[in-house]
Design a protein around this ligand. Structure first.
Ligand code: FES
Length: 172
């Protein structure tokens, strides 16, 4: 152990990572403990895991597999049937651009192009620093305000390339 300034730094083992893995395993177990070991509970558990961690990691699938005594491939088979489940870590901020008809005719492609240019990613991707994820959505049901972009949970209507640029710049 090395003392630096006001904090201790452990040499050798990646203690911080081990702690994080332990915490994730503990939080996963907390979710699993809420459900009886019944196959019907698989989807609710997957929802719970995604809500807690933002995605369903390989480690989570392994833990769910052990809990339900179902093979990992079977879990992936069930989960991939539902498009709402994601298996890769999302960025800290999710940008969604609507590509529905109303938004399309009012220039959503220009919004998407601007976001792609600013972040360097395409729809379905996450920046390598996990800052942003980009998604395209069919319709948010707010067509009167087209074109629509959603940043995290906030919906922005009548979006323009300069507006989305400013929005992304303002995100801490
Ligand atoms: S088409 Fe974009 S909100 Fe409906």
């Amino acid at each position: 152990m090395v003392f630096k300034g006001n904090s201790y730094h452990f040499k050798g083992a990646n203690t911080k990572m081990q702690r994080t893995e332990k915490k994730i395993a503990y939080e996963l177990q907390e979710i699993l403990n809420n459900y009886e070991i019944e196959r019907d509970n698989l989807i609710p558990v997957l929802h719970g895991v995604q809500e807690k961690f933002g995605y369903i990691s390989e480690e989570s699938v392994a833990g769910i597999s052990r809990h339900f005594n179902i093979s990992e491939s079977e879990i992936y088979g069930v989960a991939t049937f539902y498009t709402q489940f994601r298996f890769t870590r999302p960025g800290d901020h999710t940008i969604r651009v609507c590509r529905g008809t109303a938004c399309h005719v009012r220039g959503s492609q220009r919004i998407m192009n601007e976001v792609c240019k600013l972040t360097g990613i395409k729809p379905g991707e996450t920046t390598s620093d996990y800052r942003f994820s980009l998604e395209q959505v069919a319709c948010f049901g707010s067509c009167a305000l087209a074109p629509i972009a959603v940043v995290n949970e906030a919906v922005y209507g009548r979006m323009t390339p300069p507006k989305i640029k400013q929005l992304l710049e303002e995100i801490e």
